[in-house]
Design a protein around this ligand. Sequence first.
Ligand code: PLP
Length: 425
Amino acid sequence: MNYTRFLTARSRSRQSSPIRATADLLGKASKSLISLAPGYPNPNTFPFKTATITVENGTHIHFDEKLMHRALQYSESSGIPELLSWVKQLQIKLHNPPTVHYPPSQGQMDICITSGCQDGLCKVFEMIINPGDTILLNEPLYSGTIQAITPLGANIINVPGDEHGIIPSSLREILSKWKPEDSKDPKKKTPKFLYTIPNGSNPTGNSLTADRKKDIYELARKYDFLIIEDDPYYFIQFNKPWAPTFLSMDVDGRVIRADSFSKVLSSGLRIGFLTGPKPLIERIVLHSQVSVMNTCTFAQLMVSQLLHQWGEEGFWAHVHRTIEFYRSQRDAIVRAADKWLSGLAEWHVPKAGMFLWIKIKGIPDVKQLIGKKALEKEILLITGSAFYIDSSAPSPYFRACFSLVSPEQMDIVFQKLAQLIKESL
Ligand code: PLP
């Protein structure tokens, strides 16, 4: 793969910071090394001394003074080594990416820790998009992506989808305006990437099937574009077997996968990770060197200590408990929708994630109903238009997030909403 053509001039020109490079050296250095190199503050002067965190099974993570010193200090821009190695093993086990054994320049799998996957994605978009570049995505779409992409001035093409995600035949038709060899000519503006949320998409709850992923990957090969797989709901999939990921199919090194611990360990700790070809991950790390410098060391150590303490078995036990929680929430919201909204609205039962995407029948634009009247009845939902690049366009949809409310509250919300819909028809 020639990665140069995907990079903006800004990203290509990023150089490693010599000071930051010493952080990497220090991480690997022997104990006898005397370093006067980095301008690190002395952690003895910091007011925080020790910490003990209680974990759900009654065990503890203890930060003694030594660990606390590390937690309060700068660290490697790509992530602390013990967390990186844990997630690397996880990725290999889960996705077995063909690129694991490739030479670095040919897209060898690499990983970096990011401050939530949003941080990683934002950097990926900045690495690739020049004004006027063509990119592919599937609306409606997570608003964090819309807000990150729109200022970059891309020519955005919306690929139609349904409850099984992006429709490959629609993608094929869109791409047919180019010839495969056009990707070699920058003037032809062939798509640089396709962005997708493959599981429990935000806001639709849709999940891409394995067959569709295979078709889409083949199109990416034919027209030489990258795939950005934004998958924060991966660990909240309700049905086994889980569909293989784009990363697992990536024989070329054209997939950048964004993972997140936000939905299963903590959203506030801000721990995510990007997996992708080394030449691209390196660019992201260079960006991190000059933006966050490193993802919060304390948060990384907290997560890493927990994961090492749990081992893989403990991690999956926790993930499965989380899945069961969201499954019962999903079932409850679908029951409430069936009870109150049947005949008035339509929805698909999500196979992953935490969102129910509902279309109200007979009301082409629900802005007034959801944005105003529902709020007057003390119901807060998000109108569908918030998930489109043109947020002024009418939408009959709204998003209901079922993560935080009780089944009783879901019932009350849909009962009130049914009343409002009937009054508006
Ligand atoms: N991508 C999607 C599709 C999301 O729904 C979210 C958060 O809701 C994110 C990315 C950001 O996740 P993180 O907390 O890991 O930054």
